[in-house]
Ligand binder design. Sequence first.
Ligand code: SF4
Length: 385
Amino acid sequence: MSSHRALRDVVDQYYGPLRQPAGTAPVAWVSAFAPVEILRAMGLACFYPESYAATCSARGLGREMISVSSQRGLGRDVCSYARIFYGAVWDGLGPLGSLPRPDLLIATNNQCGTIPAWWESLQESYGVPLFTVDYPREQEGLTPETLEYIRLQHRGVVDIARQVSGADLDPDVLARVVGLSRRASDAWSRILELRARPRFQGEVRTMIDALFPIVVLRGTEACAHYYEVLYAEMARKPEGDAVRPRILWYGYPCWFLPGRVILPRVKRGRIVADTYTRWWVFDFQSADVWEGLSRVYGLTYLNRSPAEKVREVEALVSEYDIDAVLIHSNRSCKRVASAENLVLQRLENLGIPSVRFEGDMADPTWHGGGSAEACVSALLEILGN
Ligand code: SF4
């Protein structure tokens, strides 16, 4: 089977249960780093509002939906995923048509402070139960006490899912679902290792778009299978010429751009790596399933300390043999922006040229005026292109 076919299976499996008539299977609306394995093991279908907003932006619908939410009073400083999503909710716009009605809302604070507030307002709109999973902030590591605290939070997810679905959690089913998430993540990690080869020929857009299954369908056979097939295909890909300069993209993609990042018009060189695709490598290796879940969701990329984010950039510079770094300072996402100054400082110490430009992952109106492209040109000039 090709990865295109495997991706079609993923799409069918994600949207299929969400298109069924209300009441067929309970639907949870979840944030991107929710411990979704627990919900899947209990038979709930999961829908991801952030991913939906990214899809809308990638299909050129962001502006229209943002205009709807602006007219209803959502200001420009609110995260553009929320503004786009509310545009879709309020106007019934969007690639899915009418959205599946939630039976349960699961928010987490392991990525930002926006999500809990966003999900609270969803609860006001839909009047269904909400559980916000609380993870201790900005982690360098996890103490036994923290792990126990997160385990209890996850038991809270079980309790509320049971109230909604009437189903109990079977520990064997949970172990199987977590095993599927682990297979997907391991295969994705191997793909990113391939990408570090000097002659690897993958486009940035291909890599970023390939994230869809691990975002929306972790814990399923279709998702694990997709990455295993994709890895096999990429490992067979013929190698091309080695390129220089090798550029690292730091931060979110810009979903509305055809290449998902600003593709530099260079005589030589290209973007060979990005930080965003690394966020979706999860370490599920643990003898104890509950501890594995606590580690993965307690230490999401966005919940790590700024110092840890700096260390990660340093590791990527070395692993991908990076010559320069392009920093996308995302207007929407303060949690990512908080580490940028430290990253810039560290790159300067390492002698790696970098430029930072202001943009947004989903709202094209922050990207106007050609300033971002000008920053890229400046970087290339520094590199002698
Ligand atoms: S603020 Fe950042 S982490 Fe939070 S929903 Fe928006 S983009 Fe995602």
